[in-house]
Design a protein around this ligand. Structure first.
Ligand SMILES: [Mn+2]
Length: 360
């Protein structure tokens, strides 16, 4: 079944006649078409992609044939009001997580006489949480490009480049090798900057110590996410110990992955290994991981704060990324992206080496 067909079933179950989709990610998920400034209307019968002249030619070529492509002369919302009437719809779902308060007020005004309610975000988040094999294959392609970028960086890296040059080189390589974009702003942080998990690359030469690179590619709308940490200069005993501890925690969590593994428990496995050392206690300040899909951070939470009973299930794609961050000193993180495939088998998309590499 297509994404659109699945969504129609969810709408029907929840008692909605239609949904207006205004979030770009969800529009692409349902229509296979990437565009800005338009709307998607899903009804129990016909569904519509409403756009303007800038996108119309591409929309006819690329959008799913399950949708009618329209380019209204008047307002898009007025067009929707007419289509709702044509299709005999009364109760309409909108995206409670993405629609602004101002737009919601506008919808209510233009769509007077219809019941307009939130609910579409939760339904679509739930559908996007469970990836099919085609989506898993796309994510695997995104990660292949990301792995290739790391292999490239290991040849390219020198101690006398800047953090921003490292980030740009990674992004250039990924786009040049098949990524439609970087999945998020690349993190390349060295020395004292590496104690900031999402630090911003600076325009200064790499500091000695750790260099953490957190990056991903977007391919056909789907993201990859990985982190590798290398050492600039020679690693001392303390650096080696910290790196080994992060790696041991990561491998232990990866080892514990299986169908039904609790997200809270996975987090605890990695955290206990790190917290066992007094000098690292509390220094793993974020969650073990997160879901990845069309958004770089989406459900499920792989965390001490995950919902009770939230477990690794078929079609989930998650990251496993423990780290240790010593404020004012340095930090290190190692991240892989894994899934439980539709047959219930754990797959690690990330093939890059985790050996501690010194850049001399
Ligand atoms: Mn991540």
């Amino acid at each position: 079944m297509s994404h659109l067909q699945n969504f129609k079933l969810e709408l029907e179950k929840a008692g909605f006649d239609a949904a207006i989709i205004s979030e770009k990610i969800n529009q692409r998920y349902l229509s296979d078409f990437d565009f800005d400034d338009g709307l998607v209307l899903v009804t129990g019968g016909q569904s519509y992609l409403i756009t303007d002249f800038r996108y119309i030619e591409a929309a006819h070529a690329q959008a799913t044939k399950e949708m009618e492509v329209l380019m209204p002369k008047g307002g898009q919302l007025l067009c929707i009001a007419g289509l709702l009437a044509d299709n005999g719809c009364k109760r309409v779902a909108v995206e409670e997580s993405g629609l602004s308060i101002a737009n919601f007020a506008r919808y209510q005004k233009v769509l007077e006489g219809y019941t307009v309610e939130g609910g579409a975000s939760a339904m679509l988040d739930g559908l996007r949480l469970v990836k099919d094999e085609k989506e898993l294959a796309t994510i695997a392609r995104a990660q292949e490009i990301t792995d290739a970028a790391y292999a490239h960086m290991l040849k390219w890296l020198r101690p006398d480049v800047t953090e921003i040059e490292v980030a740009l080189e990674i992004e250039f390589f990924m786009r040049n090798n098949g990524a439609e974009a970087a999945a998020f702003d690349t993190v390349a942080v060295s020395g004292t900057n590496s104690s900031r998990p999402h630090g911003v690359p600076r325009r200064c030469k790499l500091e000695k110590g750790f260099l953490t690179m957190d990056f991903g590619a977007r391919v056909d709308g789907y993201c990859s996410d990985m982190t590798r940490t290398v050492v600039i200069g020679k690693a001392d005993a303390e650096i080696k110990h910290l790196y080994d501890t992060v790696l041991t925690a990561q491998l232990a969590a990866l080892d514990a992955l299986c169908e039904g593994a609790s997200y809270r428990e996975l987090d605890k496995i990695a955290r206990d290994i790190i917290d066992a050392y007094p000098q690292y206690k509390g220094a793993f300040g974020h969650s073990l991981g997160h879901g990845v899909g069309m958004l770089i951070h989406e459900d499920p939470r792989v965390s001490f704060a995950a919902k009770e009973g939230s477990v690794l299930s078929r079609g989930h794609v998650i990251t496993v990324e423990p780290g240790i961050y010593l404020e004012g000193k340095y930090g290190c993180r190692i991240e892989d992206m894994v899934c439980l495939d539709t047959a219930g088998k754990v797959r690690n998309f990330t093939k890059s080496t985790k050996e501690m590499i010194e850049i001399l």
